[in-house]
Design a protein. Structure first.
Length: 291
């Protein structure tokens, strides 16, 4: 098995100011999404301008941060926040819901589309291939924070997590898991579910949707593919990820909140793909050729 390295969640500290790996991963994610969007906008016949991309990414970033935090509160930690409201501000400790961030981003991007008099479906389709690498970066941030570990395992690719040699934040999370699984002495042997999610929901999702959108596709098809792939990948990883302690399994002793939230994504993704290919409408993200 692989020994989990002792990583300080704080990258740089200057007086009271601290730059954390988790926050840096969000900056990297938005930056890569912006670069990819600009690259797509520069392709021949694109109806997008660099300024359009700049503004769309700004709207999406605001939606992700607000929606991600609110989603985490509503879906996972309502009782804890009521007991300690200051938790809302401690974003550096983690506590961001992807599903909440997605809802926030969709609402924000829809507002952008209306303001620019663009089809909301076209804007969703343009944005669909952009978040994948950002999701990968965010899951690496979870790994550095030592949070969202998977279930105990003896697999050779599992991680040995020893809180005795870790920095306080990941060490505290490891001790909570030891208490939960009654492991004494406290040395975890667990799946790195954060990295599984990063590779599936992030890297593989990006590759699939980026290649798919390299050619003209019917309106709503890219959005449908994104929702379907993310939903399926997240549903699968939830089988080895430890559910949040304050939620646990919600149905049948195996269904998690993540799976419940991912199921509508799968169904909506399938529906959008079916609608897209039935209607076969041209995307407004490409300018019409004139002869």
């Amino acid at each position: 098995m692989i020994a989990y390295p002792s990583i300080d969640p704080i990258l740089v500290s200057i007086g009271p100011l601290a730059i954390r790996w988790y926050g840096l991963m969000y900056v990297i994610g938005f930056g890569v999404g912006w670069w990819l969007g600009r690259r797509r906008a520069s392709e021949p016949n694109s109806s997008w301008t660099p300024t359009d991309v700049d503004d769309a990414i700004f709207f999406a970033a605001v939606g992700v941060i607000l929606g991600g935090r609110l989603g985490w509160i509503l879906f996972y930690s309502t009782k804890e926040v009521l007991a300690d409201p200051v938790m809302i501000l401690r974003i550096w400790e983690g506590g961001m819901s992807f599903h909440g961030g997605l809802i926030g981003a969709l609402l924000a991007v829809a507002i952008f589309a209306v303001r620019r008099r663009r089809s909301i479906a076209d804007v969703f389709d343009f944005m669909a291939p952009l978040p994948g690498l950002g999701i990968l970066a965010g899951r690496i941030g979870n790994f550095i924070n030592g949070e969202l570990w998977g279930k105990p395992t003896d697999a050779p690719w599992g991680f040995i997590v020893d809180p005795a040699v870790l920095h306080p934040m990941p060490a505290a999370e490891a001790r909570r898991l030891c208490e939960r699984f009654a492991i004494d002495p406290c040395v975890l042997h667990v799946h790195a579910s954060q990295l599984y999610e990063g590779l599936l929901e992030g890297l593989l999702l990006f590759v699939i949707v980026w290649i798919f959108t390299a050619k003209p596709r019917p309106r709503l098809a890219p959005s449908g593919l994104f929702l379907l792939c993310y939903g399926v990948f997240r549903f699968i990883v939830e089988f080895v990820r430890v559910p949040d302690e304050n939620r646990g399994y919600l149905l049948f002793d195996w269904v998690t909140m993540g799976q419940i939230l991912s199921t509508p994504m799968i169904l909506i993704g399938i529906a959008l793909l079916a609608i897209a290919y039935r209607r076969n409408q041209a995307s407004g993200n490409l300018q019409l050729q004139t002869t």
